[in-house]
Design a protein around this ligand. Structure first.
Ligand SMILES: Cc1cc2nc3c(=O)[nH]c(=O)nc-3n(C[C@H](O)[C@H](O)[C@H](O)COP(=O)(O)O)c2cc1C
Ligand code: SF4
Length: 499
């Protein structure tokens, strides 16, 4: 069995759970029970999460985990975990109880493909996988690219700590995601779509398979969609597993049956993607936004945000909050309203110390920045990112250097090793910070961290290596006094590090 060791699980007793279970099963042979660590399982709102024989469980106590292991050892089938709760509050579903797939029906009849691109551009729909690249431009590039063979790919790999929104969207709004993919196929001229999903999302995979099946039965997929003469096929591909498998070009390599390592860019997938053909690759939430815009209209979409911003945003909140979960918010909502409002504030009456707006890549921000709006520009303006809306919250009990180390270890573990700056640099950063949390190291190491970070930023092939420094550099920026206490006085102010 493996216990998740990343951000939300780390602050929810994962280490103690793992150590306790390792002790409990210490006498057994490793071929019967091996207790180890695993990277984020996508259950941050139900931390701590464990994986037993590839079955994922959330919110488990030591006794529950032990009982599950004994079930497996006894050769009995492991139970399935309950899936997501229904969506409450704001809903992006444009259909309600009415007939679904209205955007595909309209497009199949009118064939106004350029009109769809114009609407997506006018709405300003950003990609929701993290980078915020304009979706209309991406689809236009694929549509205009020469050649008859093109592809549409949905990225449902969702493996960065704190990122849980796509799981929830697939559970509650699978029909919007599939409709967005069909529209992308018709607009770009792709005849084949691939739904790429992480292997730990078995329940969501079945939901998507069922939805695809229903679409084939209803003539919304396959040959001659709704008698239009247009065709589009859709199949599910299960990711081999690992954070890097969600990087768009590594994902393409994985589908092609190769090792999931990023390609050098350019060329970009819109020109040279899957099987070297033009490929429209988008995140789950991006596709789900497309029918909202096409059915409800641009004015509706623009009116959903606040402070002049457009659309709704799914965010996951985990860590030290009263109500961890996934929430639908107007784009541009201040982080305060989400963390201290929807998520119920800090649990156990503790003080609010810090938050990561988007998992380890975004770095850590102090509670004093909680009035920053959750949108791409506002977060970039304070040196962070909206990313995939993976908000992880920390109380006064947490040591931010320990949290930096936890995130650095994630990047080090998940680095694919293709390029030297990331492969060697991520290990070096872990070594330096491990030293600081153990009473070794000096202030001179800080200069080394600066040099290493800029080399990794400049010379790494993909976003993993380029952002791997963020947890540490953000802590050095915002929590420097806490770091200096470790290095100069060998004291962890939060009493977490083994000094
Ligand atoms: C290491 C790494 C992991 C990524 N994982 C995901 C992921 O799980 N899901 C996702 O949509 N995008 C992920 N991305 C971003 C994708 O490369 C790509 O930008 C995105 O899927 C494009 O979709 P969008 O334009 O709709 O945002 C990842 C990027 C990197 C560098
Ligand atoms: S930056 Fe890291 S994860 Fe990305 S290709 Fe290089 S070694 Fe692999």
């Amino acid at each position: 069995m493996n216990v998740c060791s990343d951000m939300a699980c780390h602050v929810n007793g994962a280490d103690a759970l793992r150590d306790g279970l390792a002790e409990r099963f210490r006498g057994m042979s490793a071929s019967d029970v091996a207790v180890g660590k695993v990277s984020c399982l996508g259950q941050c709102d139900g931390a701590p999460a464990v994986s037993i024989n590839d079955h994922v469980y959330r919110g488990v106590t030591s006794a529950q985990a032990e009982a599950l292991v004994l079930t497996a050892l006894g050769g009995r089938p492991l139970p399935e975990m309950p899936v997501d709760a229904p969506m409450v509050g704001l809903s992006p579903d444009p259909y309600g109880a009415g007939e679904r797939y209205g955007a595909v029906r309209k497009l199949a009849a009118a064939k106004d493909f350029e009109g769809v691109i114009a609407q997506l551009k006018a709405a300003g729909l950003p990609g929701m996988g993290g980078a915020g690249f304009p979706t209309g431009m991406k689809w236009e590039a694929v549509r205009k690219a020469p050649g008859d063979v093109k592809y549409v790919v949905c990225n449902a790999d969702e493996s960065e700590p704190g990122t849980i929104k796509d799981r929830f969207i697939m559970h509650n709004l699978p029909f919007l995601v599939i409709e967005g993919m069909i529209v992308a196929g018709l607009v770009t001229g792709a005849r084949q779509g691939i739904f790429y999903i992480r292997h730990e999302y078995g329940a969501q995979e079945r939901i998507i398979e069922d939805e695809i099946h229903r679409c084939y039965e209803a003539g919304l997929l396959g040959e001659n969609i709704l008698g239009s003469g247009l065709s589009f096929d859709l199949e599910v591909f299960v990711s081999p597993g690992g954070y890097i498998c969600g990087e768009e070009t590594a994902l393409i390599e994985a589908i092609e049956g190769k090792r999931a390592e990023p390609r050098n860019k350019p060329p970009f997938p819109v020109y040279d993607g899957l099987w070297n053909k033009p490929t429209a690759l988008n995140n789950v939430e991006t596709f789900a936004n497309v029918p909202q815009i096409l059915v409800n209209g641009i004015d509706w979409f623009k009116a959903q945000g606040v402070a002049g911003l457009a659309g709704l945003k799914f965010v996951g909140v985990s860590g030290d909050v009263v109500n961890p979960g996934i929430f639908v918010i107007p784009m541009g909502t201040p982080a305060r309203d989400v963390i201290l409002g929807l998520a119920g504030g800090i649990r156990d009456g503790k003080a609010f110390k810090a938050f990561a707006p988007s998992g380890p890549s975004s770095g850590y921000l102090p509670a004093s920045l909680v009035d920053t709006r959750l949108d791409f520009k506002s977060m970039a303006a304070i040196g962070s990112m909206l990313g995939s809306g993976a908000i992880v919250v920390f109380s006064e009990e947490r040591c931010m250097l320990d949290m930096a180390l936890n995130a650095l270890e994630f990047f080090r573990n998940e680095s694919c090793g293709k390029c030297v700056p990331c492969r060697v640099g991520s290990q070096k950063l872990v070594d330096i910070v491990t030293g600081w949390t153990r009473g070794r190291g000096t202030v001179a190491d800080m200069g080394l961290v600066d040099e290493l970070s800029s080399a990794m930023k400049l010379a790494s092939i993909c976003g993993l290596g380029q952002f791997a420094h963020s947890p540490l550099t953000s802590v050095l920026t915002h929590f420097r006094a806490e770091v200096e206490e470790h290095i100069l006085r060998h004291r962890c102010p939060a009493g977490v590090c083994p000094l």
